[in-house]
Design a protein around this ligand. Sequence first.
Ligand SMILES: [Zn+2]
Ligand SMILES: [Zn+2]
Length: 208
Amino acid sequence: MKIKKFTLGMYQENCYVVSCSDTKSAFVVDPGVYNPNMVNYIEENHLNIESIILTHAHGDHICGLMETAKKFNAPIYIHKSEASVLNDGKKNFSEEICGCKIEIEADRLLKDGKIIQIGKMEVKIIHTPGHTPGGICIHVGDVLISGDTLFEESIGRTDFKYSSTDALVNAIKEKLYLLPDHTRVYPGHGMDTTIGHEKKRNPFVKGQ
Ligand SMILES: [Zn+2]
Ligand SMILES: [Zn+2]
């Protein structure tokens, strides 16, 4: 398995391309901007993009979604509780962030615990509401893609109307901190970290 990060746009959003080394099957996470470097990377490595998985539907994670989906003819996956954010330009802030209203119906709605097979990779969906109602983390191999739920020594904003600090903290404690300490965490913004580091050092959610 290989994970490649592209940091995009003025919000410095992290988009990831995760690929199976054996089969070249791959998925894209959060194409915040349609990015030629990402397209080149996918084409040069002959990757077959089987889906685009969104950790959540905020504008900084979806401005490049339609173009990327069209380019690779890839279906869009999102948690079922996030569909109402993806199809509502006010809730996803696309007008302010992307400069145009983005309202999209996903191709497939996910739920907690769902496992998607992509090549030889088992991609597990972990529902982590709080920043948004249908925020997810994506667990594959010994990697966790954490969206705007968990950052290096920080957590996602919870000052939106549909946010919940309690839900966010609970999800991190009860779902993410159960993963092995060596699990590498790739967040929606900023540097990667590990579960073990966050359990010790995250000032917002302490682990055991
Ligand atoms: Zn967000
Ligand atoms: Zn974000």
